[in-house]
Design a binder for this molecule. Structure first.
Ligand code: OGA
Ligand code: MN
Length: 351
């Protein structure tokens, strides 16, 4: 691509939907779906009212790979970008290549205004790889009927039984399913119903967190393994089939390197999973706790975060290998329903 984006404008108004085309030159637009009036059609009569031209604008931060009409709007934070100009039910190969590049660049992607069935959500998720099955819900209930790949995140109660996980309280910082030996590389949440306010989801960038560690701290954690607890989910609920153990040394879980190398970007990332019952192998418990507290206080600094204020139709895709996330509580009397998929990692977390 030549480093420019093109915006079609009329003399007295901008054509196309306001969502994709904005007169504000700090925004960048693609021209898919916008065509000048055709000759010989009813619009010809209006041609005198229009002076059409394509304005050529420098690209600045946006990425618009050739053949794809998607546009990337970086959040300006260490992670997070919104992708516009794509219907996730019809993603071309060129769009997908652009999405993958944006995902590697920004770790978390937001797609607004989507209209997906569970089949559509699964089909788009599968572009990234095979899907993992999610954990069994706290209630022992499993999955959406017929869709074992879907994890329901919801506070809604039907016939006295929650239809999903995590309730309406805070979900504390975590990485999905890292208590497994082979955790999923990606998760994708699709918002079906959202409360009028709150319930925002925050993400933090673990490559930035690692890069910002003092050298002495980097040396202390080099080569160390960390236990990722399998007792509690991020809502504080004990997982199905697990007897709660509150000793980090003996609690169930998987050990992973405390610093991992991202298999695609090759960047190094802190890999913390979740704080509760975490344990740095080989250290006295008190020393492990102090080290983890220090690492966590850096990793979750506000400056390393980006958050989404959910709207119905939002899809958020994140990279579990280099981000963590948490959720604010929300009014338990309001309804929130999101469906999640998770994509298998090709490799285990590796130093
Ligand atoms: C998840 C999760 C947070 C939320 O689905 O993995 O942590 O915003 N959800 O509900
Ligand atoms: Mn999660």
């Amino acid at each position: 691509m030549d480093g420019f984006v093109y915006m079609e404008v009329g003399l007295d108004r901008v054509r196309g939907s306001g969502k994709h085309l904005q007169a504000d030159s700090t925004r960048h637009s693609s021209v898919r779906g916008v065509s000048p009036p055709k000759r010989g059609t009813a619009t010809q009569g209006h041609l005198l009212n229009w002076v059409h031209c394509l304005i050529r604008l420098p690209k600045m931060n946006s990425i618009t790979p050739s053949e794809s009409a998607i546009t990337v709007f970086p959040s300006g934070r260490p992670l997070g970008a919104e992708i516009r100009g794509v219907d996730l039910r019809a993603v071309t190969d060129a769009d997908f290549a652009a999405i993958q590049k944006a995902w590697n660049d920004h770790s978390v992607l937001l797609f607004r205004g989507q209209q997906l069935t569970d089949d559509d959500l699964i089909a788009f998720s599968r572009r990234f790889g095979d899907l993992d099955w999610p954990p069994i819900q706290e209630t022992g209930r499993r999955f959406v009927e017929g869709y074992p790949e879907i994890y329901v995140v919801s506070n809604v109660i039907v016939n006295g039984e929650p239809i999903g996980s995590l309730g309406a309280g805070e979900a504390t910082w975590h990485t999905d399913m890292s208590y497994l030996e082979d955790p999923p590389k990606a998760s994708m949440l699709y918002a079906l119903e959202v409360p009028p306010s709150a319930g925002n989801t925050y993400f933090c960038g673990m490559c930035h967190a690692y890069d910002s560690l003092p050298d002495a701290l980097k040396r202390r954690i080099e080569g160390r393994l960390l236990k990722h607890d399998g007792t509690y989910n991020s809502g504080g609920f004990v997982r199905q089939g697990v007897t709660a153990v509150d000793d980090p040394v003996t609690s169930p879980g998987a050990y992973h390197p405390l610093v991992c190398t991202h298999p695609e970007t090759k960047r190094r990332a802190l890999y913390l999973g979740r704080r509760r019952n975490a344990y740095v192998q080989g250290l006295p418990l008190a020393e492990s706790e102090a080290l983890l507290d220090e690492l966590w206080s850096i990793a979750t600094r506000e400056e390393f975060t980006w958050h989404n204020e959910w709207q119905v139709g939002d899809v958020v895709l994140w990279d579990n290998r280099c981000t963590m996330h948490r959720r604010d509580p929300f009014d338990p009397n309001s309804r929130r329903i999101l469906h999640r998929t998770q994509v298998k990692g090709e490799t285990r977390p590796t130093a």
